[in-house]
Ligand binder design. Structure first.
Ligand SMILES: Nc1ncnc2c1ncn2[C@@H]1O[C@H](COP(=O)(O)OP(=O)(O)O)[C@@H](O)[C@H]1O
Ligand SMILES: [Mg+2]
Length: 379
């Protein structure tokens, strides 16, 4: 069975109507055409990364029910209650081939499990960046805000950082004061026409490889190409030794752009807006990650799940974080990103909150997160 057929399967509820887990309409670009003639060869060897597949990830138990499944695919998932995850639905024959959240989780965030940036990789002696994708197929959960502000927090602590805008909406590009409609070259040209990524990197608070609106057509254009899932990985290989971190902002879908990001990445950070917590959406992301591990990139795993836009005064937000921790344990970051108006103001000025309000709480939330990621990677 092909990668993307399986991806679609977990997207289709029992009424047969495709929908995303969070109740949003599925993105137009979500998952490329499934022409068998253009399907990737699953056994394709990984050229540059000799790390072997993790055996425990390669053996999902297909028939196990998925704990978070009973949650309805409605935006009203904000009304999720603590009882939800402990009442799994009975096994559904249609679930064959799917994996539970725990099976999909892979390694935990226990300290010392990740490689520090610039560390030796296997037998290779050269330095390379740690590549982190920021992914959640739900929009408005602070993916872009987190990509930018964590990237800038890394630079504050002396690291060399490249941010890559892989979202056709170009919000990351705009949040560094660059107009996506006016850029000469963008990630579209890198992914589709294979121009060197250096040609679309602009120097701002961090180095940023920019998006433009035509990136929306990249999934279709790339779907015709052999090796389409590895376009970004190949493009980044030219600059991977120039940075300590490469932070990739992804669109709100699990389509080919996100697949490219996950295929190129060592780690994934999953921002979750606690007001609209969607366990089912997280399990769907885990399923996609598992498929990426099996077919394209055995080394990718979750760096952490990040509670964002937290209003700690509300009981619901507290409950939502508790549910996250009950289900995902160590994977949930200790850092919390609380609600602050500065997060909406800073991008309008073309800057991160760390530059816009360097001494404010908002900036410190992301400095704390940077410290947690760096500690996790180096202890
Ligand atoms: N901690 C926060 N507090 C308040 N507003 C926030 C916070 N984080 C993000 N926002 C705002 O929420 C909106 C969605 O954030 P964004 O990063 O664009 O999400 P995504 O990339 O997941 O779609 C933006 O207007 C952003 O400024
Ligand atoms: Mg975004």
């Amino acid at each position: 069975m092909g990668l993307f057929n399986r991806g679609f399967k977990s997207n289709v509820p029992s009424n047969g109507q495709p929908s995303s887990a969070n109740g949003d309409a599925p993105s137009e670009g979500a998952m490329p055409a499934t022409d068998p003639a253009t399907q990737p060869e699953p056994a394709q060897p990984e050229p540059a990364r000799p790390e072997p597949a993790r055996p425990e990830q390669a053996r999902p138990e297909p028939a196990r029910p998925e704990p978070a499944r009973p949650e309805p695919a409605q935006p009203e998932q904000a009304k999720v209650t603590p009882a939800l995850p402990v009442n799994p639905a009975p096994p559904d024959p249609g679930d064959e081939g799917r994996i539970s959240a725990h099976e999909a989780l892979g390694p935990t965030r226990a300290p010392g499990t990740s490689r520090p940036p610039g560390a030796h990789l296997g037998d290779e002696s050269e330095r390379r960046a740690k590549i982190i994708s920021f992914a959640n197929q739900k929009g408005g959960v602070a993916k872009t805000t987190t990509t930018l502000n964590l990237a800038v927090a890394f630079t504050e602590s002396g690291h060399r950082v490249l941010a890559v805008d892989l979202d056709p909406q170009g919000n990351l590009t705009m949040s560094q004061g660059i107009d996506p409609d006016k850029v000469e070259g963008s990630m579209y040209d890198v992914l589709v026409d294979h121009i060197p990524i250096r040609e679309v990197i602009h120097q701002r608070e961090i180095d940023i490889a920019v998006a433009s609106i035509d990136l929306a057509g990249a999934e279709i254009a790339m779907s015709m190409q052999i090796g389409r899932e590895r376009s970004l990985e190949k493009a980044l290989s030219a600059v991977v030794d120039d940075y300590d971190f490469i932070c990739i902002d992804t669109p709100p879908s699990l389509g080919l752009l996100t697949v490219n990001a996950l295929t190129a990445s060592d780690k994934v950070i999953v921002p979750v807006q606690c007001e609209y917590l969607s366990m089912r959406g997280l399990v769907q992301l885990q399923n996609t990650l598992q498929m990426i591990r099996e077919n394209l990139n055995p080394r990718v795993d979750i760096e952490g799940i990040l509670p964002t836009m937290l209003d700690s005064r509300t009981v619901h937000a507290k409950e939502a974080v508790e549910i996250l921790e009950e289900n995902f344990g160590e994977l949930v970051f200790k850092s919390r990103i609380r609600k602050a108006i500065k997060f909406a103001e800073a991008p309008v000025r073309g800057s991160s909150v760390l530059k816009y309000d360097p001494n404010g709480n908002a900036a410190n939330y992301y400095r704390e997160l940077a410290k947690e990621v760096l500690t996790n990677g180096t202890s």
